[in-house]
Design a protein around this ligand. Structure first.
Ligand SMILES: NC(=O)c1ccc[n+]([C@@H]2O[C@H](COP(=O)([O-])OP(=O)(O)OC[C@H]3O[C@@H](n4cnc5c(N)ncnc54)[C@H](OP(=O)(O)O)[C@@H]3O)[C@@H](O)[C@H]2O)c1
Length: 302
């Protein structure tokens, strides 16, 4: 089956592809690769964020690909400096402008953190979520979610919300497999979405991954992506190389056996590609969005 034929259904009935393309600014950005993914490889979910600084390029890539906007599931994220009721709505409008679209398929709060200058973090997160709910009401977003929220973060948000987040996007690969959080999401009808399926390349040479790849006759990256999909977890590997973009989507014509799944389901060690402890500093440092991208790719407001 092609990537576009595989979906999960969000609690509000919106269908989201189980597989898509990541676009974070670490490792760069390549416009031709995004167009290639859409046009030649049938990628139909693009994950981006204000912070990645490439929303304006993604908007152009979708147009350049010729794939109709309504055939692409476009997800982006609000950065914590935008948290607040009115500021959340303004942030969404700016993302729409950059993405050159009039709606988002999914809008997420990027982290359960606020700038250090914020006194009441919890009420600011609640206000931002109210902004998200309003965006959903207005039809600006087809679905709303959060990212990097723990069980406690979700519990606190759910105490005051009208709409339970449709999605929680978190790091997910065999070396970062938060089983309790996934169970909590399942029980509360929140779709768990995984990022960094390859742990940013860090686990491609780990023995259990290489062994399963050899027994499945596939590449380590394909096995890791397939493992997410067989766990029912939406996955968004990133590459800026055409051959890898193609390789990464060729994961719908094979299955990992129960034994192979068990090996990857039960890795005893843990490793994170994204260190949450570094995040507060990144929120407070006031660096521009997409600061890891070269100058010629930066967004220049009209
Ligand atoms: N919500 C959040 O806080 C959050 C945090 C992190 C990431 N994300 C999202 O998740 C997406 C994926 O995460 P990620 O980009 O950090 O990491 P990833 O997808 O786990 O790994 C990307 C890295 O693996 C390499 N790679 C890709 N395919 C490969 C293959 N077939 N063989 C060997 N190497 C391969 C890429 O290099 P090349 O580009 O050179 O191929 C890149 O260095 C992000 O792009 C972003 O959209 C969200």
């Amino acid at each position: 089956m092609a990537p576009s034929d595989n979906f999960v259904t969000l609690p509000n009935g919106v269908r989201m592809p189980i597989f898509g393309l990541g676009t974070s600014h670490g490792g760069g950005y390549d416009q031709d690769s995004v167009v290639f993914a859409l046009r030649e490889c049938n990628y139909r979910l693009i994950d981006t964020a204000r912070r990645y600084g490439c929303e304006h390029l993604i908007g152009q890539a979708i147009k350049e690909s010729g794939v109709p906007r309504e055939s692409v599931f476009l997800a982006t994220k609000m950065w914590p400096t935008d948290y607040g009721l009115e500021s959340a709505i303004q942030a969404a409008k700016l993302s729409l402008t950059k993405l050159d679209t009039d709606y988002l398929d999914l809008y997420m709060m990027h982290w359960p953190l606020c700038p250090s200058s914020v006194n009441d973090v919890r009420s600011t997160l609640d206000d931002a979520w109210r902004g998200m709910e309003r965006l959903l009401d207005m039809g600006t977003c087809r679905a709303i979610g959060v990212s990097n929220f723990s069980i406690q973060d979700l519990t606190e948000l759910m105490e005051n919300c009208s709409v339970v987040p449709h999605v929680n996007q978190c790091e997910f690969h065999p070396y970062q497999n938060p089983k309790e959080l996934r169970a909590f999401c399942r029980e509360n009808n929140i779709i768990f979405q995984g990022y960094c399926p390859l742990a940013n390349g860090l686990i491609l040479k780990e023995a259990p991954v290489v062994n399963v790849a050899q027994s499945a006759g596939r590449s380590p990256a394909q096995v890791l992506i397939r493992w997410s999909i067989q766990n029912g977890v939406v996955t968004i590997p990133k590459s800026i190389k055409r051959e890898r973009i193609k390789e990464n989507c060729q994961v719908f014509d094979f299955q990992l056996s129960p034994t192979e799944m068990a090996v990857l389901d039960n890795i005893p060690t843990s490793l994170r590609a994204v260190d949450p402890a570094e995040l507060q500093g990144k929120i407070d440092d006031n660096k521009p969005d997409g600061y890891k991208l070269p100058a010629h790719l930066q967004y220049v407001p009209l």
